[in-house]
Ligand binder design. Structure first.
Ligand code: NFS
Length: 652
């Protein structure tokens, strides 16, 4: 095994070596053992949706293959793909629904430990929803906002409220194509219906249904999750923190919070800062409590409270391998079933908390809003109690940790760019129009053992920065680049082209902006809306010099995200192709024809540098279409000037 080919993260390499020595299996080993992976599955041409099958289509046959019912490769692959959208949209949206539930309970004073933390956002959202504010009590307004959000899930007719945040031109496209989502749940159910045996057989129509469900995620479920979390837990502001396995300490109680819904983890994190808990940890022989997050829970408690991040998706097993984790608290999504196996080899207690996600033989402390504070406290106490069981001789915490800046949102970037008195995107639009900043890229998504861990993100972003593209990130992509030191303002000197560097320097921001968790991709949509509204760069999202990528994606949630991005007009490059390559017409439809229909398309490219170039080409095309100035500085000039300055620099 060559750890260096598996990941470019040195902390992860160290843990992989340890895993190999101790005979502990990780996702990389299981992926390797799985090879060669099923070709039919990868090409998307096996069908299991009825009991006449499983059917598979021979991709090498001259004749058009058909399943027992007569479904073609295009039909089969399209059905499989939109079912992935439905599952992904369901995950994000169910998360949003839970937050709406917590908000209603909090407003009704039935929850424990929560309050309205951002009344300004509450009033703004209430206004948008047509809810009376005036002199009404904040809790009453919050109740109505929660209920209205709730109703968006079961809405049968009409249009999702937040869909109206999209630029008018894009909304018109959605109406014309009949993809403006009516209700969040309705579109997901409809995808499941349409993909049943013998319903929708036209791959284009199947994709249309999938797009509608995906839009219901991006401009519905995910946006509700983000906005209501801001109201309930506070809107993020830029802050500094740290990332990587080195954030744990050998003399503190170490807790990992892992998963996605911040309603519990936010409380857990808060409680660990309470004097009573710190005292309890000291009584147990520790010097305090360290909380590090994994996956999007990490991003949530980082964005709002500055708690450090332990790692991204592929580092979850590795965190336990440090031997220093006293409790790993999980809720929902992206939690590997194998955590249980790894934890058996150490003292680590894995604790499940959601009634929706239990694991065999794992301690379950169920979370309900009504007694959230007490539950969170019980969980922290369990971790403290387990500290005594830690075998110090087996603790091996990698040294690597990196500083980062996070906490950017579509709202606060407005003030950061515009200044204290007049929030505006103008400086960004001006920098784009003047050719200082080439454009904007959204880099998002997971890790996948098919792609060298973190390298996909790092190489792609490095290439973009060099060419003066401002990068906005969320999810595990943001964690990857944070580990590489790209999320600190100083990184402009190492990575950014001259124009981008000048712009970031003037505003005082890093060239890679951390926008939060994956549901917070809704923030990226709103940032794009902000640029459109500021005028001059395009009248809808598809006209902007903007592109997106998910270089290491793996989750069904990423499929839903990809589709709402493309349906919103954002050219999207995927590092791992959709399982559609066995369906030639469908593949052409997704990677070429969609552009003339929704204003954007997909591209599949596993080489991150080539993927970045595709994005840059797209951005340049949009610049030409808008008749923007050529880039101010010739390519490479920034780096050359930098190297020269460095040489001339006199160190005192
Ligand atoms: Ni997104 Fe966040 Fe990470 Fe992928 Fe999983 S954590 S919701 S799905 S793996 S980026």
């Amino acid at each position: 095994m060559d750890e260096k080919r598996r990941t470019s993260c040195t902390a992860s390499q160290e843990m992989l070596t340890r895993a190999a020595c101790d005979g502990i299996e990780t996702a990389w080993d299981r992926h390797e053992a799985m090879e060669p992976q099923c070709g039919y599955g990868m090409l998307g041409i096996c069908c299991r949706i009825c009991a006449m099958g499983p059917c598979r289509i021979n991709p090498f046959s001259e004749e058009e293959g058909r399943g027992v019912c007569g479904a073609t490769a295009d039909t089969i692959a399209a059905r499989n793909l939109v079912r992935m959208i439905a599952a992904g949209a369901a995950a994000h949206s169910d998360h949003g629904r839970d937050v709406a539930h917590t908000l209603v309970l909090t407003a009704d004073k039935k929850s424990e430990g929560y309050s309205i933390k951002d009344p300004v956002k509450l009033l703004a959202v209430a206004k948008e929803m047509g809810i009376k504010t005036g002199n009404r009590d904040l809790n009453e307004i919050a109740h109505d906002v929660g209920e209205t959000a709730y109703n968006q899930f079961g809405q049968q007719e009409g249009e999702l409220i937040f869909g109206h945040r999209a630029p008018k031109k894009q909304q018109e496209i959605w109406r014309k194509l009949n993809v403006f989502p009516r209700g969040i749940d309705r579109e997901i159910v409809e995808v499941m219906h349409r993909t049943n045996i013998g319903v929708d057989c036209d791959y284009k129509n199947i994709i249309q249904g999938g797009m509608r469900a995906a839009l219901g995620d991006g401009w519905g479920g995910s946006m509700i999750a983000t906005d209501l979390q801001d109201i309930l837990l506070g809107s993020p502001l830029p802050l500094r923190s740290q990332v990587n396995l080195g954030v744990f300490k050998d003399n503190t109680v170490n807790m990992v919070v892992h998963g996605h819904e911040p309603v519990l983890s936010d409380l857990i994190a808060t409680i660990t800062r309470e004097p009573e808990m710190i005292e309890a940890a000291k009584e147990a022989g520790a010097e305090g409590i360290t909380v590090g997050g994994i996956c999007c829970t990490a991003n949530e408690i980082l964005m709002r409270q500055g708690f450090p991040i332990a790692g991204n998706f592929l580092q979850q097993e590795l965190a336990i391998l440090t031997g220093a984790i006293d409790a790993m608290v999980v809720d929902v999504q992206c939690i590997m079933p194998n955590l249980t196996e790894v934890s058996k080899r150490f003292h680590t207690k894995v604790i499940t908390t959601s009634p929706k996600a239990k694991y065999p033989d794992v301690e379950h402390i169920e979370f309900h809003e009504e007694n959230a504070y007490s539950t969170a406290k019980e969980i922290v106490k369990t971790a403290i109690d387990n500290f005594k069981n830690r075998d110090r001789s087996r603790v091996q915490i990698p040294h690597e940790k990196m500083d980062l800046v996070a906490g950017f949102t579509a709202e606060n970037i407005n003030w950061i760019l515009g200044g204290k008195y007049r929030g505006t995107y103008r400086p960004l639009n001006d920098a784009i129009i003047a050719g200082r900043v080439r454009g904007v890229a959204a880099v998002v998504g997971c890790n996948n053992p098919k792609i060298e861990h973190d390298t996909g993100h790092y190489q792609l972003v490095k290439e973009l920065l060099k060419k003066d593209v401002l990068v906005l990130e969320t999810g595990c992509a943001a964690i990857a680049c944070a580990k590489c030191g790209m999320l600190i303002p100083e990184s402009i000197y190492e990575y950014a082209g001259k124009g981008l560097r000048e712009t970031c320097e003037a505003v005082g921001i890093p060239p890679v902006l951390h926008f939060g968790s994956c549901v917070d991709i809704s923030r990226l949509l709103m940032a794009a809306v902000g640029v459109v509204r500021e005028r001059g760069c395009g009248d809808d999202i598809s006209e902007l010099p903007l592109a997106a990528a998910a270089p290491e994606w793996m989750s069904e949630k990423a499929v839903s995200i990809g589709f709402y991005a493309v349906a919103s007009g954002i050219f999207t490059v995927l590092g791992v192709p959709f399982p559609v390559l066995g369906a030639p017409n469908l593949t052409r439809y997704l990677t070429e024809e969609l552009e003339n229909i929704v204003g954007a398309r997909f591209a599949f490219e596993s080489d991150p540098v080539k993927a970045a170039r595709l994005m840059i080409e797209h951005i340049d095309k949009k610049r030409v279409e808008r008749k923007m100035r050529p880039m101010l500085y010739a390519e490479g000039e920034g780096q050359k000037a930098e190297a020269k300055a460095e040489k001339e620099m006199v160190t005192p």
